[in-house]
Design a protein around this ligand. Structure first.
Ligand SMILES: [Mg+2]
Length: 218
């Protein structure tokens, strides 16, 4: 993956699997990372920390097979807090890509919000439009890739994921892995609750598999 050509703000990291590819008008699956794809309940600050959740790769492969762009949107304020560097974050995402590839799955883009208001890195110690619950990562993906948020789903394990998805105009799915919505950061009412990413993908594919859906556009 390479970075997108457009200037990338200091508080955002972007990886595109196929730079220049557009998914105009498509319904996307926006996925939170920690607690949805990987690591039920502990932080990921090194490559060795990263472990896929059971069934996550198979779920993502089903989205791939249906032609649904998979866009990861992850808060990584750990970079602002100096728990990991940007390079380490890239290596963690190299590892994620490799583990998914072992099961013939891939993500199309990864957006990571690097700021944290109490961060130690001066340029990242701020309120960021990209950090969920703000919808900046989803909006940026809309601009970069052309996906249609109003037809897309946001899947997350935290209230902040649900709020970000709602602010971007997506349908929202809370999964019962990770925080399972019990992060107590905010009040949020998702459109759906699913036991895990596999069950969330069932809901997404049921919505996409409608007349006029992108399955026909694949
Ligand atoms: Mg999470």
């Amino acid at each position: 993956m390479a970075a997108t050509k457009r200037a990338i703000p200091v508080d955002l990291a972007v990886r595109l699997r196929d730079p220049g590819r557009r998914f105009d008008g498509r319904a996307a699956a926006f996925l939170d990372r920690d607690g949805v794809i990987n690591n039920n309940g502990h932080y990921v600050n090194t490559v060795e920390d990263f472990e896929l959740l059971p069934g996550a790769a198979a779920a993502i492969r089903r989205l791939n097979d249906a032609g649904v762009p998979v866009i990861v949107v992850t808060n990584q304020g750990s970079v602002a807090l100096e728990y990991l560097t940007r390079d380490e974050l890239e290596r963690i995402h190299d590892r994620m890509d490799a583990l998914l590839a072992e099961e013939n799955a891939h993500v199309d883009a990864i957006y990571a919000a690097l700021a944290y208001p109490e961060g130690k890195v001066p340029e990242l110690a701020k309120v960021s439009e990209y950090r969920k619950p703000a919808p900046g990562m989803l909006r940026r993906a809309q601009e970069d890739l052309g996906v249609d948020p109003s037809r897309s789903h946001m899947v997350g394990d935290a209230t902040t994921d649900i709020l970000a998805g709602q602010a971007a105009g997506c349908l929202t799915i809370l999964v019962e892995t990770g925080f399972a919505g019990k992060d107590e950061k905010a009040k949020a009412v998702p459109d759906y609750v699913a036991v895990d990413l596999g069950a969330a993908v069932d809901l997404i594919l049921a919505a996409v598999d409608q007349p006029g859906s992108q399955v026909d556009l694949k």
